[in-house]
Structures are given as C-alpha cells and as structure tokens.
Write a protein that binds this ligand. Structure first.
Ligand code: GLA
Length: 729
C-alpha cells in the first residue's frame, strides 16, 4: 500500500517508489509537514515537529500560540492566525475579513488519480498511483479545502492540488489560492530556476538561499519567456549525478508564483501556485474552485535523475493522443523561409523539393488568412486569403498530399487584430477596460476567452478550415502578453477572475481539438517558447522550444528545457545560415545534430540553400530516423554544460534496457594544440560490454566507459559536432 494513515500517531505516509512524504494532524487539528525525501520504513516521525521544544509550552492546547503558529510546518498555511510566513491562501469574507483557519475534518485514500475539472493534470490508472484527499474546514466561513495528493507507484513523484468549496451561506473571495507548500528543516539549498527572454528561454540560474524571500513569477497571462513555472531546490554539493534534488513544476499555463522563504529559525518554506497578484475569485455559497497541480520530484542522485523522472512522468502520464508514443513527421516550416511573402506556388515549390529529400510534412506558417501580408492585420479572420492561396486551401493541401507529404497549418486563435473583420463586428470581444486606451503588442489584442460565445465562434472558424482539407498538424501560436485585463461581460466583482478564466478558456478549446481531431498533431508555440509548460503538454505532445534556431544558442536553451521537460516534446528545426536571430554560421551537420535532440524538422527555403546542404538532407534524415526512437523513449543524460563551460557540450540518450546509447558532442570553440578530450559516459550497464558502431572490434565494459571515459577527438573548427553510437556486445 503506498498511502497509509497511522491512526494512533495521526500521521500520513505517502510512498512513491523510493520517496516518502509524511504529514501529521497535530492536536489542534492543523495539518503539519513531517518529511519529504528518501524512503524510510517508519510511519511516525512526530519528533521532527519539535512540539515539546521552546518556544512552545508542552501541554496540549496550552502552547504559546503566536510562536507555535509562526513555526509549525503547515501543509497548507493560512493567513491571519500568527503564521507570518508566506501563506497559501488569503480570503476576503462577506464581512471584509481576511483571516482563514483550516483544520482537519476527514480524509479518504483510494487507488488511481482524479481528474482536475477544466485543468490539465498528470494521470494514472488504478495500480499506477494512490491518492489521498484531506478535507480541511474553516468553520467560521464554511470554506472547505480538499488537499489532494497522489503518490506514483513506479516514479519518485508526488503530485498536489487543492479544490475549494464554499459550504457557508455567504460569498467568500479567494484572493490567493496556491497549490502547494513544502517545508525543509534547513536553509542549505541552491535554488535553480529557468529564466530568460524571447529567443533566450530557460537559461539555468542557480543561487544559494538566504534569509527572506526569493521568488519567480509571471503576471503576463502565460507562463512566459522570462520565468518558467519550475524550481529545483538542491543541496549545495548536488550536481548532475549526486546529491539531493527536489523539483517542482506547476501544471499551468498562466500567471504563476513560486517562492522560497528562509525563516527566522533558519528553515525553508517553499510555495507554488497561481500568481495571487491581481487575482480574486468569488466563491458564492455552494461554488467550487480548483487550483492547478504541482508535480514534486525527489532525487537522491542529483539533477540528472530528477530530470529523468520528470521526463518519464510527462511522457507516460501527461502527454496524450495518437502521437504520445509515436515518431513525429519530419516537417518543413516556411516561416524562416518566406516570412509573410509566399503563395501557393512558392509553397508547392518548397514541398516538391522537400519531398524529394525525404521531408514528410509541409507546415504553412503565419500569413495564409484574412488579408495578412504582415503582422499588422487579420488575426481572428480565419478564412483563406484567396489571392495568396490561389486555388484555395484544398487545392494546396491536395497538391502537397500528392507529393506524399502531410500538410500542417498555423493558427493564433487567442488573438484579434484591430484591422480585422472580426474586430469590426465584435470590438467588445477583445480583453479591455472600457474607456481606457488599449495597449497593442505586435499590433494585436487578446480575445476574451472567458466568453463561451467568443471561443465557440473562433473554434467554428477553425473547424471550417480543418474540415475543408486534409490537415494533419496545427501550430497553435500565442504572440503577446495580456494588458488592460478586463472583460466587457463579467460583473465588477468577478473581473479579477479573468486571468484564470482566460487560461481555462484556452484549455477548453485545446481539449475540444483533442476530442474532435484526435489524428491532428498539435504543436504549441508562444513567440517561441513562452508557454513551454506542463499544462500545454497535456494538450500537445510537442512545443516550439524557441524562435532562436541557432544551433549554439539552442545548446543552452535545450539543456535548460531538459531540466524538467522531455526531449520528445522539444520542437527543434534545422534553419538557414547566417542564423536569422544571431547571425551565426554553423555547419549544417551540427544544426542537424542539435535539432535531432527534439522533434526535428527544417525551417528554411530548401529551394535556395546551398546545394551541398540540400544534398546532405537525405543523410541527415536517415540519421534522425536511426536514432529517433532512442531519443524519444530513452534516458537523457547531460554531460556538458555550456552555462559553465563554453568550449564544448555533450549529452547522451541511453535505451531503457541499456542495449544501446547515443553520445552527441558539440565543440563550440576550437582550441589549438589540444589533444582529444576525455569524457566519461553515463547510464550504461557497468557489467555489460559495448562497442562503438564504427569500431566493432574494440569492446569496452560499461564500467570502463563510465569510469575511465572515452577520447573525443578534437574537431577542426568552431561549432563542429560528432555523434557516437554504442551498442551492447
Ligand atoms: C511566432 C512564432 C514563429 C512564427 C511567428 C509567425 O513568433 O514563434 O515561429 O510562427 O510567430 O508570426
């Protein structure tokens, strides 16, 4: 049994593979955190709470309450009672009061994992996970919080979420409703976050905790380029292969908040959930609210194992649909090839050449609808731009299909251009504050997805397009953040709900797409990688990682992204040089090796690139095909780290049964008069013997390859790459 309750000690024990999470109901009915870490046999660790130590007085219910409250490791900390650390919940009740006091009421344990209404979440069948729901009640208002925890049987994963219900007779405003809080008994952690900007997403930052609060968040309406909803807390000596690492990832695609706080007693409180900035949710009597899921991963073998656990969880228990376990078609996208300057003939030219080289799908990017010749018009007018797509969409798709290729299409369904028929007909459909000037970004506004009629209308336009031709892929883009956040239909006391209602609206349409078009492969995108989050992975098995397609910039971006997201989800393309974002020239081969880490495709005008690059494509595709199943399903090991060492990078994919491994190496900077580099492999079977495919006569033990290493030859020039394929003898 993986979740148990010790009635006498009033402790809960959640066991997930080799990880244990423990809590206790203390005498007053508060739920306190006891332990999160390596598996231990005990089920009562009450001593860890130090309930009999100063500053408390020992007798039950005779504690010095203020200090008790400010020290207890509340599982779901409330506000207004003397716990002055960051709370998980704040309310404004019908009397204008903000105090809330949750006490244990009951619990139930069951097999499997519940769905979260309207929200993405990891899933598990009976037998794969166990769940406990702990009901907490604030008697004064009648507000209930159900804390939901799931422990996975075969993964070091505990997930958490919270549902609220107002069982009182008067309304309660939730002004903050985070999803999780975890306590650690010391402050000796480094906090790892994924930060960046457009074209520079998810760069890793690592900093020691100190007294006070360190947080990351988004208030942009999306998870954002700048901060990703991921935090790892690792021991100061933790590296890729050893040491404690705790990873937290919010399964949500809107405003988020994550914070560590080192308290007066040198302990750490970590909280995560929907950003409470500008958040308010009115719960009338009888109403419910669901807070999104936090995935918590524990690793006692460094960051590498933490990442691999996330990868396994997301590949098996988050990504859905036909492409969950399938190789994705090799695509060619016309964005960097043509930008807005294309028509049917140009696309067919590209497709003709691409099909000869082995490329399997043409994706028509931005510019095929309304009268869109630049980014200043037509979003919302999801009908074909006939003078560009001459002969209509069906003709184009049929022609592409005749070449033996699939066809994919770009949409930006959440947006509306001021210059569009949609805006002329429905100016009130944009998110706005009546009477205020609206901020434009990329010359567009955001649609009010909290409104069903808006969503229905956009979806019916999309459906018309999707039903008009054989479309097998959608790139769903989202190219601006939210401003002047107001709805023309919500009442004043519900306006602050719009941030979250917007995200729920986006999820609603993505879910409808999943159900109505199960065969369509959905790739998410947001100005590159501004919505690379687990929420999106629930609806789309792949996400465009970054608008930066430069192979060398991608080393950092893909390394950072792999902290918690599987390589099988990373949209990665070979593009033309000089690179459109950084102007760098890299070898075509290296561009392929770096793109092979992800879903793989091309983003260039194949009719215009140098002949030698074109000639290389069939070989590159062969290489991709050879290794893709290993990349998609294997274990990922980071060996290099270009954040710390700019000279080279390396990584590996090892088959689950350890029968083969792919080693990839990029020499970023050539250094003269160097001998080869000695690098140690990872993840192999130490007792098995392996040979490198090109040298079948030389067999070395996995132990030698991992402990003594291999000699990686110095390559001629900057930005060169090499791959080595190791096979079990
Ligand atoms: C965003 C995407 C690009 C491309 C453009 C089109 O920037 O990230 O890949 O689709 O929009 O406008």
């Amino acid at each position: 049994m993986s979740i148990s309750f010790n009635k006498q000690a009033q402790t809960f024990k959640l066991c997930a593979k080799n990880t244990v999470y423990m809590m206790k109901i203390v005498d007053e009915g508060y739920l306190a955190h006891l332990y999160f870490g390596k598996n231990i046999p005990d089920d009562d660790l009450t001593y860890l709470l130090r309930l009999d130590e100063n500053p408390f007085t020992p007798a039950t219910n005779n504690r010095e309450r203020g200090s008790f409250m400010d020290n207890l490791t509340f599982e779901y900390p409330c506000f207004g009672l003397g716990d002055y650390r960051e709370s998980c919940i704040n309310i404004l009740d019908a009397d204008g009061m903000s105090t809330v006091d949750f006490r244990y009421a009951s619990h139930k344990i069951y097999s499997g994992k519940p769905k979260l209404s309207g929200l993405p979440a990891t899933f598990a069948n009976n037998g794969e996970a166990e769940t406990i729901e702990i009901l907490m009640l604030d008697k004064h208002t009648g507000l209930e919080a159900t804390l939901i925890y799931t422990a996975f049987e075969n993964l070091d994963v505990i997930t958490r979420s919270v549902t609220f219900k107002n069982t009182g007779s008067r309304g309660v405003n939730l002004t903050k409703a985070l999803s999780a809080c975890v306590h650690f008994d010391h402050p000796d952690f480094d906090m790892i976050t994924l930060n960046g900007s457009w074209a520079r997403e998810r760069h890793i930052e690592r900093a020691r905790l100190h007294h006070g609060k360190q947080s990351i968040d988004s208030i942009k309406g999306e998870s954002s380029h700048q901060n990703n909803p991921f935090v790892a807390l690792v021991s100061p000596n933790t590296d890729e292969d050893m040491g404690d690492a705790y990873g937290f990832n919010l399964v949500y695609s809107g405003n988020f908040f994550a914070q560590t706080e080192v308290t007066q007693h040198k302990r750490t409180r970590f909280v995560m959930g929907i950003n409470h900035k500008d958040f308010n949710w009115l719960l009338e009597a009888g109403e419910e609210f669901v807070a999104p899921e936090v995935v918590m991963v524990y690793s006692d073998e460094g960051m590498g194992k933490m990442s691999r656990t996330f990868h396994d969880l997301y590949r098996e228990h988050l990504v859905r649909g036909e492409y969950k376990d399938k190789r994705r078609p090799i695509l060619i996208n016309n964005w960097e090839a043509t930008y807005f300057n294309f028509d049917t003939d140009k696309l067919i030219d590209i497709a003709k050449e691409a099909s000869k080289l082995g490329i399997e799908m043409l994706v028509m990017d931005d510019g095929w609808f309304g009268h869109r010749d630049s980014d200043n018009s037509s979003l919302g007018d999801w009908f074909v731009y006939e003078s560009k797509i001459k002969g209509g969409l069906k003709y184009l798709v049929d022609e592409v299909n005749k070449l033996g290729m699939k066809f994919g299409i770009w949409f930006e369904p959440e947006m509306i251009s001021p210059d569009s028929e949609l805006y002329k007909a429905h100016p009130d459909w944009a998110i706005q504050i009546k009477g205020r000037e609206l901020t434009q970004s990329r010359q567009q506004y955001v649609l009010d997805y909290s409104r069903k009629e808006v969503r229905d209308h956009i979806y019916s336009m999309m459906k018309k397009i999707l039903d008009s031709a054989n479309i097998e892929y959608i790139k769903w883009d989202m190219n601006r953040q939210l401003t002047e956040v107001g709805s023309t239909t919500l009442p004043a006391n519900r306006q602050r709900e719009l941030w979250h209602r917007y995200v729920l609206g986006v999820y609603d349409i993505m879910e409808r797409l999943q159900v109505d078009y199960p065969h369509i492969l959905l790739e998410n995108c947001s100005g590159g990688g501004a919505r690379f989050d687990p929420g999106m992975l629930y609806y789309s098995p792949q996400i465009w990682t970054s608008d930066d397609t430069d192979a060398i910039e991608r080393l950092k971006i893909q390394h950072g992204t792999s902290m918690c997201y599987p390589c099988s989800a990373m949209g990665a393309h070979v593009s033309d040089c000089p690179n459109h974002t950084v102007g760098r020239n890299t070898p075509f081969k290296t561009r392929g090796h770096v793109a092979m880490v992800g879903t793989f495709g091309y983003e260039l005008d194949v009719t215009k690139i140098p002949q030698e690059d074109r000639d290389y494509i069939p070989y590159q595709i062969q290489e991709f095909n050879k290794y893709n199943s290993l990349v998609r399903t294997g274990d990922h090991y980071r060996i290099g780290n270009t954040f710390e060492n700019i000279e080279w990078d390396a990584w590996m994919f090892v088959a689950k049964d350890k029968s083969e491994a792919l080693f990839e190496f990029v020499q970023v900077l050539m250094r003269p008069n160097y001998t080869s580099r000695r690098l140690k492999l990872k993840g192999l079977d130490p007792n098995a013997y392996y040979y490198e495919e090109s040298k079948p006569d030389i067999k070395l033990s996995g132990e030698a390859l991992m402990s003594a290493g291999i000699n990686v030859p110095t390559l001629w020039g900057d930005y060169q790459s090499a791959i080595l394929h190791f096979i079990k003898a």
